[in-house]
Design a protein around this ligand. Structure first.
Ligand SMILES: O=C(O)CCC(=O)C(=O)O
Ligand SMILES: [Fe+2]
Length: 269
């Protein structure tokens, strides 16, 4: 029987149950000497410097500020143990209607990620496929895995705090689906263990882009400090035919102010 070290008996048992239908892709996470050495294919995440120029970032920011000034973007607040979700978001439906510069960026990044996996395509769920996150001072983003295979996070400005923290390739993925209760139990164990590990920490810098295997990389955003709102573009990709059952609840949690019934909306009840 496989044993995972440093776990109390209940969690040992859980791991043994989980590993019975484990799909074989978990690699032990080790600290990297330098985050600039990471590669999406080898390590499950990488950082691209200067994907966009400062001038292009300024143009996109300008369009986004104009959009924000003329549309209501409510603050979404979800209190969680450890790190909460507190942000504003423009979802994909609104972006495809009104922000052609961001939609065109998504098409360009699709070409880039297809170099690592030619099957990748935009997420079929348009609302979730492409987002702009505004994280105000005091805002942050909870620890989570994304629902999709590959995610690109592009920073448009510099702020104090607001670093993205991540543990790439840090998940035991079960073949039954990424939103099952047993998957949630496994993820919770790893999340607790992550407190003892050192995440890869990425400062927001205009034009810097993170590529990650979103559904294998535990990640979050540290609280934004100072007076400037952090702006990032989140682009999501999947191979064809992927199904994510918890979709409706997760969309409501992320994009509306409606109360959330789920214990954790990333998983089925
Ligand atoms: O803005 C970021 O750095 C990450 C946000 C994120 O993880 C998400 O929207 O899923
Ligand atoms: Fe994410």
């Amino acid at each position: 029987m496989r044993r995972s070290p440093h776990l109390p008996p209940t969690e040992q048992l859980l791991f043994q149950l989980a590993l019975r239908d484990y799909d074989g892709d978990f690699r032990i996470w080790l600290p990297y000497r330098s985050s600039s050495m990471l590669s999406l294919l080898r390590n499950g995440a990488e950082i691209r410097e200067g994907y966009l120029s400062d001038a292009t970032c300024r143009t996109l920011l300008h369009d986004l500020e104009a959009y924000k000034a003329s549309h209501d973007l409510p603050l979404i607040e979800r209190t969680e143990a450890g790190r909460s979700l507190r942000y504003r978001v423009i979802d994909g439906d609104r972006i495809f209607d009104s922000l052609p510069g961001i939609a065109s960026l998504y098409r360009d990044v699709l070409e880039l990620v297809r170099q690592s996996d030619a099957r990748l395509q935009p997420l079929s769920n348009q609302t979730a496929s492409l987002n702009v996150n505004f994280t105000p001072p005091g805002g942050e983003y909870r620890w989570h895995y994304d629902r999709n295979a590959v995610t690109a996070i592009l920073f448009l400005n510099t702020v104090e705090g607001g670093q993205t923290e991540m543990f790439p390739n840090y998940r035991v993925r079960l073949s039954r689906g990424k939103d099952t209760r047993i998957q949630r139990l496994c993820d919770n164990v790893l999340r607790r263990l992550a407190r003892f590990g050192r995440p890869v920490v990425v400062d927001p810098v205009p034009g810097r882009m993170i590529l990650m295997r979103g559904d294998r990389c535990l990640h979050s955003v540290r609280a934004v400090e100072g007076n400037t709102e952090r702006v990032s573009v989140i682009m999501s990709f999947d191979p064809p035919g992927e199904v994510f059952h918890a979709e409706t609840d997760l969309d409501s949690y992320l994009y509306s102010q409606k109360a959330s019934a789920r214990r954790d909306p990333n998983y089925r009840a």
